[in-house]
Design a protein around this ligand. Sequence first.
Ligand SMILES: [Zn+2]
Length: 103
Amino acid sequence: MPVFKEMDPEVAMKLLEGYENELDPEVKKLDAFYRQFKCPKCKGNMGKHFISVQHAFGGDSIVPRSGLKCMTCDLVLDPYTGIVVGLGTAGAEIAHEVAVEDD
Ligand SMILES: [Zn+2]
């Protein structure tokens, strides 16, 4: 059975000495990119949201990419393509309307 053994943090820091931290500036850049989005349905604020492994590592970014989820209506958006990948509460409303129409 594989066991994960964490490296001694002091040894890890010693190994990283002399290297430039390229991850933090990239994260800040992406956070600024994500902050410019508002929910296309209700104009609510959006927070980072994991869509899939394929989406997270699908670009050429050195850090995983994020999707966005509306904090009000749960709509999920891929900010890189503009595609809505989850309807949130709107999906439940549409499903209810379809169910009512079928009766
Ligand atoms: Zn919304």
